[in-house]
Design a protein around this ligand. Structure first.
Ligand code: SF4
Length: 357
């Protein structure tokens, strides 16, 4: 193992797998129930002056409802930007907890709700703030760059927050200034950034349980079966999978590739919730989920995040009705974490990476 890597303890890996296995799925609904819930949600959104801020990985019906009601479907960078610029009194974040925390951090005056506050992320769980603080304390001469998929406490330790939509640009910017960097928590994204930018970083070795499951050997076989398909890979996947890609990038980059490339067929290595937006923008193109099973191992997440899947129509309607499941953040922590998030947003707006109202 290289000295530039910080492994996470095995107990933590066990806890992540246990949480993923126990993530409750919303109960199946009849078409009639769905229609009634959607009507109720639309009414409550109006009554509360609320907007839905949804991620590309949640259920297609939630994404459609967010768009229909004046909310947004986006990656975590655009979600944060939209929430901060929204005139709503209330934001309902359909995604995972760190996204709700980021929305609250940027809009403390707004009520921020989530259909289920227990929807977490393996990267967040795999980077506990106290252990990460101790790691950073050993390297005081380093600039601390953390991925958005972290708790507010970890963001409060960081100098910069990044998303997969701006990580390359921000690390290049820091490299140009001669900074030494601690990177956390996704090991694969960190490694891809190292290769792209030529910088070596001290890396925290967390992982996304969804992207970690894509299999290179099986992907090569699938490529042979579909020689006319382009392979799209999110950089949270292992290096061996990234090496097989025609396009590597954030959710936004992958969606853009499906929409703009002339090819008609794509093998996609990211959460298949993204197919809703890809099909909306390129309805005639064929999309194939990259393989997550092998002869020796079976998938656990199977290309769909168990925590994103916790968001459903029923718990969305319930949270709008009761206004419980609120994100609350200690003010001192919020103010500290805000510096690194605002630095990211200011940089992204200046570079034209997000929309400015
Ligand atoms: S897909 Fe991976 S990175 Fe995204 S929320 Fe789920 S576990 Fe976290």
């Amino acid at each position: 193992m290289s000295t530039s890597q910080q492994q996470i303890p095995l107990q933590l890996v066990g806890r992540i797998n246990q949480l993923a296995a126990q993530a409750p799925l919303p109960s199946p609904l009849s078409a009639e129930d769905k229609q009634q819930l959607k009507e109720r949600i639309k009414l409550l959104l109006k009554q509360r002056n609320a907007q839905i801020v949804a991620h590309y990985y949640v259920d297609a019906e939630l994404q459609a409802l967010a768009e229909e009601t004046g909310g947004i479907v986006a990656d975590s960078l655009e979600m944060a930007n939209f929430g901060a610029q929204s005139n709503a009194d209330m934001l309902v974040v359909c995604g995972v907890r760190f996204m709700g925390e980021t929305a609250k951090m940027l809009s403390p005056e707004k009520v921020v709700l989530m259909p289920d506050l227990n929807a977490t992320c393996s990267l967040d769980v795999g980077c506990p703030a106290d252990e990460f603080a101790a790691f950073c304390a050993h390297h005081p001469d380093h600039t601390v760059v953390v991925y958005a998929n972290t708790s507010v406490e970890v963001k409060a330790i960081a100098d910069w927050v990044v998303t997969s939509g701006n990580a390359l640009q921000i690390v290049r910017h820091l490299k140009a200034q001669g900074e030494k960097i601690i990177w956390a928590p996704d090991q694969h994204l960190g490694h891809w950034i190292e290769k792209e930018t030529g910088i070596e970083m001290l890396r925290w070795m967390g992982h996304c349980i969804v992207h970690d499951e894509f299999k290179a050997f099986e992907l090569e076989q699938l490529k042979r079966e579909h020689p006319d398909a382009k392979v799209l890979v999110h950089p949270e996947s292992a290096e061996s999978v990234v090496a097989l890609a025609d396009v590597v990038g954030s959710t936004k980059v992958l969606i853009n590739a499906v929409q703009t490339l002339p090819d008609q067929k794509f093998i996609v290595a990211t959460d298949h919730g993204i197919f809703y937006k890809m099909r909306q923008l390129a309805p005639h193109k064929k999309l194939i989920v990259a393989p997550t099973d092998s002869k020796t191992t079976q998938c656990i997440s199977c290309a769909h995040c168990p925590w994103m899947a916790m968001n459903g129509l029923q718990n969305l309607a319930d949270v709008l009705e009761k206004c419980d499941q609120r994100i609350e953040i200690d003010e001192a922590i919020r103010v500290k974490a805000l510096r690194s998030v605002e630095r990211m947003l200011d940089f992204s707006r200046a570079q034209g990476l997000v929309k400015v109202k």
